[in-house]
Design a protein around this ligand. Structure first.
Ligand code: ZN
Length: 167
């Protein structure tokens, strides 16, 4: 079975899965993380929006109104591995650009689209040590957070490679 690309799949995560939702966004999966509220609303919004609902709640997992995956573990590594196995999910943390220069990867904070940001504009806002050797930046269209490929991103990639090797 071929690995499922980021574009083909969307998630909604329950309030127990904040960390997993951040990781999925960074990996490029459109992941909704609604504020805590009634289960019914969580299920309905996932269903209407055609999102796979990820939950740690066994009652929620029984719904027939949305596609659901019951997440078995509390550990992020095992959670990602479970999704990789059940959905043939592609776990690839590399930064990938669309044709318009936006990233496939999404903002971990708010799920926003990361748009290219001219270096001159970015360099007014990033730390000295970064602007000295980074010339390519993206900015979240949702929360304005600025991203670049650097040590933080290398750590994320390393983590993902480790998780994949443990499979
Ligand atoms: Zn954002």
């Amino acid at each position: 079975m071929q690995a499922q690309k980021q574009k083909d799949i969307k998630f909604s995560a329950d309030h127990m899965l904040g960390r997993l939702s951040r990781w999925l966004r960074i990996l490029g999966y459109d992941t909704d993380y609604p504020p805590p509220g009634p289960d019914k609303e969580l299920i309905e919004s996932a269903g209407t929006d055609n999102r796979i609902l990820l939950t740690r709640d066994k009652t929620v997992a029984e719904t027939k109104k949305a596609r659901v995956i019951y997440i078995k573990s509390d550990r992020i590594e095992e959670q990602l591995m479970q999704l990789a196995e059940e959905l043939s999910l592609e776990l690839d943390a590399n930064l990938k650009e669309e044709e318009d220069g936006s990233l496939v990867n999404r903002c971990g904070v708010c799920n926003g689209i990361l748009k290219p940001l001219p270096a001159e504009a970015a360099k007014e806002k990033v730390p000295e040590g970064v602007k000295a050797h980074i010339d390519k930046y993206w900015q979240c269209a949702g929360c304005n957070k600025i991203y670049w490929e650097g040590s933080h991103w290398d750590q994320i990639k390393e983590r993902i490679e480790k998780i994949k090797k443990s499979r």
